[in-house]
Design a protein around this ligand. Structure first.
Ligand code: IMP
Length: 181
């Protein structure tokens, strides 16, 4: 895999450190919401490594669940055809929900998911994303918690894929152009 990487953008150590800081911030922000456990919703599959790192530093009663929502259909360009591939098992009505995402690019995926959970009656819906690519934005959507803001480049690793590969890289990297060719 390393042969296909042009450059490492964010190291594993930086991700771990940032996840700890974000987890502490989330703990402080939600500690007053004691009526029900926080519901942490991971968006499959890209959020999984970041979610497992972040959860270790959230010191609150919480439940986890997953949704699979796809706006990329194999390539490097997001589409606004956002498909729900797997829905939550948990009812969000009256719950404080924290969505965990790997990256916000166009914002279309999260806009759809946030709107859906709000319309189901969630008490609040917040978003924590490992990465943010603000130059890619096509809709108004900002994550409440962002690990790293990155330039408008296609990245892989730490959950992020190209054609389902590279998710297991322990860092965020930029692929060599000839990998797409
Ligand atoms: P959005 O709807 O355009 O914000 O796209 C969000 C989803 O697109 C993310 O959850 C990723 O799965 C995927 N995505 C966006 N940018 C990248 C990237 O640079 N590398 C890999 N996947 C990406």
């Amino acid at each position: 895999m390393m042969r296909d990487i042009e450059k490492v953008l964010i190291t594993h150590e930086e991700i771990v450190q940032k996840s700890q800081e974000m987890g502490q911030q989330i703990t402080g922000d939600f500690k007053m919401c004691t009526d029900q456990p926080l519901l942490v919703v991971g968006l499959l599959k890209g959020s999984v490594p970041f979610m497992s790192e972040l959860l270790k530093s959230i010191d609150l009663m919480l439940e986890i669940d997953f949704m699979d929502v796809s706006s990329y259909h194999g390539g490097t360009q997001s589409t606004n055809d956002v498909r729900i591939l797997r829905d939550l098992e948990t009812s969000v009505t009256g719950r404080h929900v924290l969505i965990i995402e790997d990256i916000v690019d166009t914002g279309q995926t999260l806009k759809k998911v946030v709107g859906m959970l709000e319309s189901r009656g969630a008490a609040s819906v917040k978003v924590a994303s490992l990465l943010d690519k603000p130059e890619g934005r096509k809709v108004v959507l900002d994550a409440d918690y962002v690990g790293f803001t990155i330039p408008n480049e296609f990245v892989v690793g730490y959950g992020l894929d190209y054609n389902e590969l590279y998710r297991n890289l322990p860092f965020i990297g930029i692929l060599k152009a000839d990998v797409y060719a």
